[in-house]
Design a protein around this ligand. Sequence first.
Ligand code: ADP
Ligand code: ASP
Ligand code: MG
Length: 430
Amino acid sequence: MGIVVQKYGGSSLSDADAIKRVARRITDAKKAGNDVVVAVSAMGDSTDELLDLAAQVSPLPPARELDMLLTAGERISMALVAMAISDLGFTARSFTGSQAGVITDDVHGKAKILDVTPGRIRSAIEEGHIVIVAGFQGVSQQTKEITTLGRGGTDTTAVALAAALEADVCEIYTDVDGVFTADPRIVPTARKLDRVTYEEMLELAASGAKVLHLRSVEYARRHNIPIHVRSSFSTLEGTTVTGSINDPEFDEGPEGTMEAPIIAGVAHDRSEAKITVVGVPDKVGEAAAIFNALADAQINLDMIVQNVSAAATNLTDISFTLPHTDGQTAMTTLAGLRDQIGFENLLYDDKIGKVSLIGAGMRSHPGISAKFFTALAEAGVNIGMISTSEIRISVIVDQDDVDRAVQGAHTAFDLDADEVEAVVYGGTGR
Ligand code: ADP
Ligand code: ASP
Ligand code: MG
């Protein structure tokens, strides 16, 4: 038997009983003859609670100190899980990300894993221990500072460990039975996908399906590690993320038929905000100045729209979306450019939501956008912005319309299950 890498999310570690339950699952894998390495998240909503606490102390806490604070959450669970395992008669060793050899770049709050040097993990395994690693954190190669990987980052810790330890598969245990055609909290009739390709899962994750951290899917694809997403509350088989949209099952057969489903799912995201730079002079270099400044501030943008300039004024508006957590930094950065660029005003709107339709089959099936927009119209949802990729169509809508938009699109593309099969076992959805 080889090495099994498992990840347990905060919703699976909400209290002492949950920790004991997880410890039993971990020791079951060890009893089956495997070497077991586990990445754990902070308990329940404790990362959010730490963030709330920080906000009460300071409106814009220094990023270094925020990372110091947040990494404490995962340290608590790793030690408690190790204790619960030892109570079951097995030995466990817990390690912080830094001790486990998770080496990152130096960007606090959204560090990238550069390398994993799992020397201490391997020694602990050789000594017969179960290894528990604090997820979502690492240490910067350059600055030696402690970093975090961004919200949901324990998935990425797990996949990076699986790659470094050459595990056959990375098991992600969460509070639903796998990856569904939509968030089961919004669409109870969502269907579980048995398999989804890396590309589709990348788009789902990038579009807000927080069941997997985007970086974890990128990492898994690069290292060709299958991810098995499943529930820590049931023994059902989950969803395997593996394979590519270039596999033969996506080839069109006679009359445009295809073995694989056309649409993988509908994702939504309420975590973005929209900034509009009003009255930008329509001349060469203005957009470059705006977006270079945002890039220098390490802000990742999503959709960008530039309107046609009004002929009378030769002024244009540029709108873009970004994570709302970067909203304040972006507004401050842009305000500093006002005189240089000469724009008129800055508008900020965080009452938006993004709804995305994802599926490899849309490459070969015309009319998908028309059907999507019709479904939104029938649900009474107004579209603010649109963007597309090869296998995705996204729209920005009013935040209050997100649920209706997701449900409408899900039904329009025949994704509803006949009987409700989606169970949400835990978590608060926060
Ligand atoms: P964990 O604490 O295990 O990391 P998360 O809350 O990060 O769990 O992710 C699991 C949640 O992701 C589910 O409870 C569900 O509400 C949400 N989710 C969003 N989209 C999907 C989807 N397409 N399939 C499954 N779950 C989804
Ligand atoms: N605890 C972190 C978070 O809540 C990381 C994770 O759960 O994956 O985002
Ligand atoms: Mg998560």
